[in-house]
Ligand binder design. Sequence first.
Ligand SMILES: Nc1ncnc2c1ncn2[C@@H]1O[C@H](COP(=O)(O)OP(=O)(O)OP(=O)(O)O)[C@@H](O)[C@H]1O
Ligand SMILES: [Zn+2]
Length: 467
Amino acid sequence: MIKIFNTMGKKLEELQTVEPNTVKMYVCGPTVYDYVHIGHGRTFVAFDAMVRYLKLRGYNVIRVQNITDIDDKIIKKAQDTGKDWTEIVDFYLKDYIDAMGQLKVEIDQHPRVSTHIKEITEFIQGLINKGHAYVAPSGSVYFDVDTFPSYGLLSGTKKEEWNQGEEFMKEKRHPYDFALWKAWKPGEPYWESPWGKGRPGWHIECSTMSTRYLGEQFDIHGGGVDLVFPHHENERAQSEALLGKTWVKYWVHVSYLTINKEKMSKSLKNIIPLNEAIKKWGTNTLRYWFLTAKYRNTIDFSEDSLSQASTSLRRLKDAMGVLRGIIKAGPKYYSNDEQVKTQRKIISLIQKFHEALSEDFDTATALSYIHEIATIVFNEIQTSEDFMGAMLALDAFRQFNYVYGVMDEEFNLAYDNLNKVIDAVVEVRNILRAKKMYDLSDQIRDVLSKAGIKLLDSKDKTTWRFE
Ligand SMILES: Nc1ncnc2c1ncn2[C@@H]1O[C@H](COP(=O)(O)OP(=O)(O)OP(=O)(O)O)[C@@H](O)[C@H]1O
Ligand SMILES: [Zn+2]
């Protein structure tokens, strides 16, 4: 059983999918007006780990993550830089797609607002027809919050507390009504609509595109915690007003990545671009670091915490090197009592790993069990050369990697031949060492190290791992 924390109702709930064995997930993606940063990376990788765990547990998962390519901030950036808004969007969209690819975040559909205007205007028309929205004299369309009695249930915010700024007060029925369609102003991009030239408001895009790709009811709708109000509250109001039923089953929100205890944010100008971070620390270390924290806890950036993550991941790779050596030596036909005890410990740690991930995708606790297995590898399996223990530990690491995606090189079939070549080189080096030709054997170690392969010499054996 998988439990998931639902922001709606603020409690852990058992995952019961709308369609059997299928999880449909919509994550609010970036507004492409600046470099994608590691704060976004944290949220998108957190959902990635959820997707991977659900797949490991046998679910089909469909993940849709939108791209906001029309927005006040994009228009402002275009005006400030004297560029066309499409140029801004193309540039930062590429930056985002590159980063997601490098970070190994798998997304099935990336719908863009600008390619869904027809669907958005139909959604808005539906709301007008049902009396939930009204057209103001300017041609802007607003959602009439008073027509949706359960407004505020998701975030716990009272509509009266929402101060929307003065600009549109005059034409709105209530200060808390929000824009579905914004009438055109000179200098802004526009599309034709039944209410004249204009562009969509922010919230309506996600209601429209999620429903289009995932249906009128889907399982998980997520994003960072900053989206609970007003974005998700408004999305829910629009969607349930139009569809007349519960729209999303589980609302899931990831806490902030902070820097100096402040939210990392484009608007606060304290960002570390994701692509720079990938270059500096590498995909594996970054993913690992993101997942060392439970997704509902804040993670604070520091160079130190990243270097700790790197060391800690290296420890797991070292353990893999040990396992590889033992397994390569071939099966044993008997396990002694101590070895059987070790094997049972590993089986129970694998169960705990699953329990942690099943309890609201607790990647932090699950990771601690994988490290306990690594300790067993170093302290017990390595010395007793326990083949079955090594096989069980390898399986634990394979499942771990399926979810965390931080040591693919170790498992990727494409690396099989490379593994054989490295084994052969290590064997030649062992012969050289046996003949006390240390100069040459050290040279081999250095050359391999330059190629990202680290040799680990112990008493009478050499294991290796990818850096
Ligand atoms: N510092 C952060 N930590 C975790 N998630 C974040 C952070 N900043 C943004 N996100 C999440 O990333 C997704 C895309 O965000 P979007 O581009 O709308 O960012 P934003 O909040 O407007 O960014 P910014 O605050 O940097 O201008 C959203 O789900 C948002 O909640
Ligand atoms: Zn959204």
